[in-house]
Design a protein around this ligand. Sequence first.
Ligand code: ADP
Length: 260
Amino acid sequence: MTAPLTEVPSTSGRAVAVLEGVAKRFPSGTLAVRGVNLSIRQGEFVSLLGPSGCGKSTVLRMIAGLIAPSEGRISVDAPQTGEVGFVFQEPTLMPWSTAIANVMLPLRLAGIPKAEARERAAEALASVGLSGFERSFPRALSGGMKMRVSIARALVTRPRLLLMDEPFAALDEITRHRLNNDLLALWDRQRFTTIFVTHSVFESVYLSERIVVMAARPGRVFDDLRVNAPRHRDEAFRTSAEYAALCREASEALNGAMAA
Ligand code: ADP
């Protein structure tokens, strides 16, 4: 009845991001991660799950090219600017600009003419359910709405790879569930490869097809699990015995990582 979490086979599918023997030591001396080998395939929705401080953000920021590894190799198949989108835990909007101006920014920086940028930004805002809020300033929007603007800004360049660093951690549970569903609907339509950092077992199981469980001190990959459940996830799934069983298994893997 219950489809269990199983080990992920290491082959099949075109890789969008590959990490080989990656380590990161910060100038402070902290060895944030060591020996990370990971291959993320096109169209996958992968969560990086682990306790605070196990190097999830560091891995994500290295994939984004925001920081360099100290050892190993990272290749990301996203040759054009704008093919990697990044969503941070905070919405990081410009407070003096309207929602649409915030979303237009990456396009304007890429030299896209204003009229086209405006049209595409309006589409991106509509795709996250914010039609009618184009001219609102961030201070007039709720936390969930600000995060939607942030997601629209990341998706407006139509990235091949979307990197999300605990984007919903600061939101209340109802808003978080709603954004989980809306993110999955967007992913279903656009099929960008997603790497989603979270320390929530429940969120990782709900969203992902695959969960990379990380352990700390030093940060490393501890387990790589496939979530064997239908891709369509909704509130019925969230309250199902299947989801509960998958969460239990993922919790056990996380407990193993924390004891390692
Ligand atoms: P996580 O995202 O899993 O919470 P991080 O990647 O943020 O973990 O951090 C991993 C380790 O690296 C932690 O010990 C953290 O204190 C350290 N670290 C992260 N960023 C820096 C930095 N810029 N300078 C020094 N140490 C850092």
